[in-house]
Ligand binder design. Structure first.
Ligand code: PAF
Length: 329
């Protein structure tokens, strides 16, 4: 299977690199200049929880030079999703499937709309990964990758991709309840990520910090209440236990939002906590703790972001469509 990975951050390189070891020559990474230059010169290096590997891999800044693909993984930050999707339109027109591997709500719907296709899968990942320096990735935790689709005709592709990822060394589960998977993961992200970003603590430190526990539980419960009002069937009966358990299981991780703050980059707070607040408002579910951490993360970002950093399009959540699509499943 020919695979393109849009986004050469730590997660994109981890998935692209390990898929490329399992099927040499099958993967092309697409990303920004400093990382692509480093990979073209020295190859990609992976260290840590997924083993130590030095991987020669195709890498380019320009997706228009890629002629064909069976599958495109989108591993960019959520606010870059639209741009990434538009730049691989030619591959989708020739039949490629697209699979966002991202945090947050709604990117799979956005990709399907902008590319006018139903050949869309979606994955969530609990893998922890850091990139430092460019081209060198450390896997800090081996968490589950869950895959599904909103379109039942794609289920065969879902199991093929799940097999490929398993062969590449990932822990994978194919699910026929992708909304449940996305919302269960979003509960984890809403509970852990802003708290890490605000306190500079790792997932394990958040888990064991009694002063933070009640805040984390409020965030989890508010997100679970919004999911319930939307009619989503979560993949756990006990969201608090599940989210705290994930924090413990990924205790070495510096969560992605904290990494963004440390690197003075725009965070994904809008498509994680912001999306939950927005949907909660439509459904008349109060989310005061989420609103408080949302404002605080935005305040931290505002200290270093420029207008140019904020120019990317935000994931637009059409709440009515989201509710309709969830109720159809
Ligand atoms: O965003 C992240 O960092 C991850 O989704 C998770 C599971 C919270 C682990 O750090």
């Amino acid at each position: 299977m020919k695979i393109v990975v849009m986004g050469s951050g730590a997660i994109g390189c981890l998935y692209g690199g390990l898929l490329s070891i399992a099927n040499p020559g099958s993967v092309t990474l697409v990303g920004r200049k400093p990382i692509i230059d480093a990979i073209q010169t020295h190859g990609l290096t992976i260290r840590g929880a997924m083993g130590d590997h030095d991987i020669p891999i195709n890498a380019t800044e320009d997706p228009s030079t890629i002629e064909e693909a069976d599958l495109v993984l989108i591993t960019t930050k959520t606010y870059d999703t639209l741009r990434a999707a538009q730049s691989i339109k030619h591959l989708v027109e020739k039949g490629a499937y697209v699979m966002p591997v991202q945090n947050g709500i709604g990117t799979e719907t956005m990709v399907a709309d902008v590319l006018n296709t139903t050949r869309v899968l979606r994955a969530t990942t609990c893998m922890g990964a850091l990139m430092q320096p460019p081209g060198v990735v450390t896997a800090t935790g081996r968490g589950i990758t869950e895959i599904g689709t909103k379109y039942s005709e794609n289920m065969e592709m879902v199991s093929k991709v799940a097999d490929l990822l398993q062969e590449a060394g990932f822990i994978v589960r194919a699910s026929d309840n992708i909304d449940g998977v996305i919302w269960t993961k979003t509960i984890v992200n809403c509970g852990i990520n802003p708290v890490g970003a605000l306190t500079d603590l790792t997932n394990g430190e958040i888990h064991s910090n009694m002063a933070l526990r009640q805040l984390v539980i409020h965030l989890i419960e508010e997100t679970a209440a919004v999911a319930e009002a939307l009619g989503v069937e979560l993949t756990t009966d006990d969201p608090v236990r599940y989210a705290l358990g994930t924090a413990k299981a990924t205790s070495e991780n510096i969560n992605s939002m904290l990494q963004d703050v440390r690197n003075r980059k725009r965070t994904e707070i809008d498509s994680i906590t912001g999306a939950v607040i927005q949907i909660g408002k439509e459904l008349r579910i109060e989310t005061p703790a989420s609103e408080a951490v949302y404002s605080l993360v935005k305040a931290i970002e505002s200290k270093y972001l420029t207008d140019e950093d904020l120019s990317d399009e935000e994931v637009q959540i059409a709440v009515d469509e989201l509710v309709k699509s969830i109720n159809q499943h």
